[in-house]
Design a protein around this ligand. Structure first.
Ligand code: TTP
Ligand code: MG
Length: 591
């Protein structure tokens, strides 16, 4: 593509990527369990907030991140179900993911949160382009199986399935154009495949989804938003400019240019603010009463893209600063031109770590702590089995377990309490028996707590040192490594585990009672973790493991008043009232 400057950046338009976003996901999970709820206004509650509601409820004035008190006033007959326990949503998400994955030929199927999935379907599309009968495109057959040529569906290869951007696109002339024919055909086939999967999901699993089709993760995610719910949109060519000096005549440009700069995945709140300020030549004004909420003036991608002299170097110097990484200028320069060559991650990519935590208003007796550890560990085991096993085999295994707590400081003499954001943690080698014992997670959790977590807990909190008033407990496994044989032969993993155990016993155990240790390897050192910083550019990276430290526990449940402040989420760009911040953070980082 051309860029209008000396930066001639290459966009890979050879892929077809489909983005799925399930409609009103948590509500749909309840509806799938009980279909009679479908026709009624249904909302899902966490703490004092509605985290989502079905479209019947939205029609009656309910919306995401609304206070329960307001929702009840607006729609008194809404059915409100508790969604605090995320297990059913996680299970549904995993099961739908596996369902979608079965359609893929390359296993490039990437999950973002619970309810979004990207699929790179290039291999399927390329195969079906090869078998197209160009003399009878109206009566085409899309083959969905590599081995069975009769498996698939009929379709008309002269028409797009669902909506397109631009809505007025003339598919016939695009197909007749030497320049655009191939890309149009590939996207057109992508739209039929997306529709087939979407309808299948609806018929067999009772879930509707909103879908976008394009040549990158960025474009497919954004274009889907045009027709919600239960719709799909394909971004059609021309993707390439006729003019060597600018991109104004491409559909990618016209589509992206209209977006608010903060709506682009990958451009966080701080970056967006700096860009707005640069374009306006003054700080942007906020909407009334909202300190961190939406800005009153809309600065679009188009404004930024065409701002004089805003090349990658200028962007870098404009945007660099605390929390920004080197290269942010080029990254933003590329994003606002629709260049996102990031790969759809392989379905077998294991997370680097898995952690489960809870915060507490009062957790100070030994029995309570044992009970909580058992509960958290059971959830950790469920998650490990969900994320690290495929087809009954472990395809990845952790090497380390960690217990983290956040002790609450004692009251000061004047009755106030100093706020504490510091976590302390201790680690041990991952116990091998977890891989073998495939029975009930509960019994295994008890064993892990007995053998691992309680000894770690005693090291972290010798009673003499100020008691056990904890505001947070986190159990985690990390140093997760994928087994090359995808779990069929895990003997190498066992060997590795054994080495780790020996290393631990040799180098660490002699030191565990000392507060200041010397000589033991860094990975086992007793750490005090400071408040972690958030990466600014993160939207398209589903593996970003963000932690937000906050003393939220004491504030929960006291949200009856109307909001006076709002935040713009750094991760998804959504504006959220301050009372919904905890629920929203949990949505991005469910455990
Ligand atoms: P979304 O995809 O934002 O919402 P949705 O699927 O409910 O609705 P839509 O039809 O507009 O796509 O979020 C997915 C789920 O995540 C949602 O069902 C509830 C949950 N969630 C939270 O827990 N907290 C939040 O702040 C948000 C936005 C969602
Ligand atoms: Mg959704």
């Amino acid at each position: 593509m051309s860029s209008g400057s000396s930066y001639r950046l290459t966009r890979n338009d050879d892929r077809v990527i489909v983005h799925f976003d399930y409609d009103c996901f948590y509500a749909s999970v309840f509806e799938a369990e009980n279909p009679s709820l479908k026709s009624q206004p249904l909302a899902v509650q966490q703490k004092q907030i509605i985290v989502t509601c079905n479209y019947e409820a939205r029609r009656r004035g309910l919306h995401k991140l609304q206070l329960i008190t307001e929702a009840k006033r607006v729609c008194p007959d809404a059915i409100i179900l508790l969604g605090e326990d995320l297990t059913r949503f996680r299970d549904a998400s995993k099961s739908l993911y596996n369902y979608l994955r079965a359609f893929s030929w390359s296993d490039e199927v990437e999950k973002l949160g619970f309810d979004e999935v990207w699929m790179d379907v290039t291999a399927l599309i390329d195969y079906n382009i090869e078998i197209l009968n160009n003399n009878d495109l109206h009566n085409s057959f899309f083959c969905t199986s590599k081995v069975d040529p009769t498996q698939g569906f009929s379709y008309d290869a002269t028409k797009i399935a669902g909506h397109s951007y631009p809505a007025s696109a003339d598919v016939e002339s695009l197909l007749a154009s030497a320049e655009d024919r191939q890309l149009t055909l590939r996207l057109l086939l992508g739209s039929h495949l997306a529709q087939h999967i979407r309808f299948d999901l609806e018929e067999h699993r009772n879930y509707t989804a909103t879908v976008g089709v394009g040549t990158s993760k960025l474009i497919s995610k954004l274009v889907g938003n045009l027709n919600k719910p239960r719709g799909q949109t394909t971004l059609l060519p021309p993707y390439r400019s006729q003019s060597p000096d600018d991109d104004d005549d491409t559909t990618i440009t016209s589509f992206l240019d209209a977006h608010d700069i903060g709506a682009i995945p990958g451009i966080g709140f701080k970056v967006a603010q700096k860009l707005r300020e640069h374009v306006l030549e003054r700080p942007p004004e906020f909407a009334d009463g909202l300190v961190y909420g939406p800005t009153r003036e809309k600065v679009t991608v188009g404004h930024v893209r065409t701002a004089p002299g805003l090349d990658p170097e200028k962007l870098e110097s404009l945007l660099c600063g605390p929390g920004m990484h080197h290269g942010i200028g080029l990254e933003v320069y590329r994003l606002i031109r629709g260049i996102d060559n990031s790969k759809v991650k392989d379905a077998r990519n294991a997370p680097q770590s898995i952690s489960i935590e809870d915060s507490y208003i009062k957790l100070n007796t030994y029995d309570q702590i044992v009970r909580e550890l058992n509960d958290l560990t059971k959830r950790l085991i469920d998650r490990m089995r969900c994320d690290l096993m495929y087809d009954g085999d472990w395809f990845a295994t952790p090497r380390r377990v960690t217990l983290t707590t956040r002790p609450r400081p004692p009251l000061n003499a004047d009755g106030t309490r100093t706020r504490n954001f510091q976590r302390i943690c201790k680690s041990a080698p991952f116990p091998l028996y977890v891989l073998n014992e495939i029975g009930h997670a509960e019994a295994l959790a008890n064993k892990m707590v007995e053998n691992i977590y309680l000894p770690l807990f005693r090291q972290l909190h010798p009673k003499a040192k100020g008691g056990w008033d904890l505001s947070l407990v986190n159990v985690a496994v990390d140093m997760i490594q994928e087994n090359r044989q995808h779990g069929r032969d895990i003997s190498s993993v066992f060997k590795q585990q054994e080495e780790t155990r020996r290393e631990f016993e040799r180098d660490v155990l002699p030191y565990v009672d000392q507060t200041q240790r010397t000589g033991a390897p860094e990975k086992y050192i007793n750490k005090v973790s400071p408040e972690p910083s958030r990466p600014e550019v993160s939207h398209l990276d589903s593996n970003v493991d963000e932690m937000e430290e906050e003393e939220d526990d004491e504030e929960d449940g006291e949200h009856d008043q109307a909001p006076t402040t709002a935040f713009t989420c750094d991760t998804c760009g959504m504006t959220i009232p301050s009372f919904a911040k905890t629920a929203h953070d949990r949505y991005h980082d469910p455990d």
